[in-house]
Ligand binder design. Sequence first.
Ligand code: PLP
Length: 390
Amino acid sequence: MALISTSEKRIYLSPPHMSGQEQHYVQEAFETNWIAPLGPNVDEFERRMAAYAGTKGSVAVNSGTAAIHLALLLLGVQKGDAVFCSTLTFVASANPIVYLGAEPVFIDSDEDSWNMSPRALERALHEAQKNNRLPKAVIIVHLYGQSAKMHELVSICRHYGVAIVEDAAESLGSEYGGQKSGSMGDFGIYSFNGNKIITTSGGGMLISNDTDKLSHARNLAAQARDPVPHYQHQETGYNYRMSNVLAGIGIAQLAVLDERVEAKRAHFVRYKESLGAIEGIRFAEEITGSKSNRWLSTLTVDEFVTGLRVSALIVALEKENIEARHVWKPLHTQPLFKGCQYFSHREEESISDRLFASGLCLPSGSGMTAEEQDRVIGVIQTQYKLRFNK
Ligand SMILES: *Cc1c(COP(=O)(O)O)cnc(C)c1O
C-alpha cells in the first residue's frame, strides 16, 4: 500500500530558484533611486542577454507574451493576416496573433522533438501558397527545453519567404547546432515568469540581429513616443518595458543560468535511470545536434503497456503533495480556437493529440534535492507495482 503522507513538503513543478545575488542589484536600484521604470539594470540585462544568446541586441519587456506581440507587430502582422503557430504549446504562444486581429493556423508536432513537424509545416505552406494566403510569420515553439528541428524548419520558411519567431520561453539555455535556442529566427523571445528556468518574478526578452527593428520595439514598448521635447505619437504604443528593479533580479539569475541547466539535466538523467526501464514509459530524448535545458523532465506513458493512466499518476503524485502535469493541451483542441485551421503531421495522424493523452511532466525545479526526487520516483514505481500485482 502506498503511504499517504501529506505532511511532507510540497514539491513543485518548477519553482523560482534564487541565487542569493539578486538582492545586491535590487538594493543598488533602491540606493540610486533607479526604481522607475527604466535604468542601468535594464541596459545591463539587455547587454548580457544578447551576449549570451549571440544576437546583436535584445529588448527587455514585462512578459514573454509582450515580446511575442512586439515581434509580430514588427513583422507587420495585421488584421486578417494568417500566422502559423505550433499547436502543442501554452496559450500565450498564440494569443498575440489574436490581439492583432490575425488568424492563427496550428501546426502539429513530430514524434522525435514534440515540436513543429517540418512535414506538416511544408504541407501547410504549400496549401497557403496555392490559396495566395502565405502567413506573415511562423511561431516555432521549443517545448520543455527541447529544440524544434530548426535546420529543416528554417529552410522551409526561407523557401516560402516567411519570417520566423522562435518562442524560446521554455528553452533559454538550450542549444541547437551549436547555436542558442531563440537566436535562429528573425526574432526570438524568452520569458522570465516565475516558473521558467530563470525568473525576474515576471518579464520577458525580445532578441534579434535586426537592431533597427529592436530600436523600434524599444519605442513601441514605451508608448511609442516621438523623439521631440513634448509628448507626440504617430503610432499606437504599449506599456511593455521591464522595470529596472526586476532587471536587477534578471542579471543575477542570468549569471547562474548554466548551473540551472546542468541541475535540470541531472534531474532528467536520474529520472530516466530510475524509471526508464519500465516497459511503456518513454522519456523524451534530445534530437540530434541539440542540447536541452530540460526545463521540465517529460515522458510518455503507454496506458496499454503499463496499465497506468497519466491522469491517475497525477492524482497519485498529488496525494503525496507532489505537483505533476499533463503536457500542454494542443491549441487546435482549445474552445478558444475553435474553427481555426490545423495541419496534422500526416493527413490521418495527429501527433500532438497523442502526446497530450500520454505525456507527463515531472517536478524539475533546479533546486530539487535527491531526497525530493526519490519521493517522486517512489510514487511512480509504487503505482506501477500496484498495477501489476492485481
Ligand atoms: C511561459 C510561456 C510563454 C509566456 O511567457 P510569459 O512571460 O508568461 O508571458 C509563452 N510561450 C511559452 C511556450 C511559455 O511557456
